[in-house]
Design a protein around this ligand. Sequence first.
Ligand code: GLU
Length: 305
Amino acid sequence: MNFVRGRFAPSPTGPLHLGNLRTALVAWLMARRVGGEFIVRMEDLDRVTSSPEHEAGQLAALRSIGLDWDGEVVHQSERFALYRAAIDRLRSLGLVYECFCTRSEIRQSARAPQGADLDGVYPGTCRHLTEEQRLAKRAAGRSPALRLLSDGRTVSFDDLVAGPQVGRLDDVVLQRNDGVPAYNLAVVIDDAAQSVTEVVRGDDLLATTPRQIELHRLLDLPVPRYAHVPLVLAPDGSRLAKRHGAVTLDDLAALGFSPGDVCARLAASLGMDTGGRAVMAGALLDRFDPQRMSREPWRLVADDL
Ligand code: GLU
């Protein structure tokens, strides 16, 4: 087996819930069961919603179910210069343009029959603005986001969990209109800079992965393997969130469940029955089999919450 380095990259914007913890557990098991390295990166690009308190809480939650990591936790908020350098590189390749569209304008043009892209992706409205039009937008007080000029190709990849995938490229945002580098760019730069070989994360990010693969290629960076883990759903079928009840370790502790009990429950959802006994992640290393992991979301029942 070649060198494996996995990662967990939460945004420190709130406590980790069962879905986040389950993804972290899978990412850790995938790396550690083959003797690989595992790192944690804080995706705190958004300084308004991120906080050191949430970060501390998230790291404590990971530790309490037995997860560990190698090296220091890296913060995206300290790496803007790297992301900007990557944007400069793409610009020098003629692949960056300014986009002044608001979200609602994008929604509207995606709905209009003429401008609509079949997949509802950004239709390229600002691709061909003249210098004059750009100046007029700026004069009207709009600041631009930066987008990648994509060629609209389809990109395929083989996801270790979700199987073969195909997605069409669109003009992904590289920098938001408030000057903050965009997630899709930052994640690519960091996964490459941190020599991540295996990206294990929630399958809500499956659809954006082709864009990330394309950015890896354009920037001559190695493309990692991807494994997208099905999300945890609330009893009503929506994506699990804080509002659904007892979904964090603290909530569950208040109901008498130890972190080991929660870890056992996560393990059971991944096809490893611990006979109801509390466990730490390390006890699962010999038993975890990614092939036996369900490809379906884990839907909690009302009694669980
Ligand atoms: N920071 C993202 C999140 O918390 C995860 C990004 C990734 O794993 O690529 O949803």
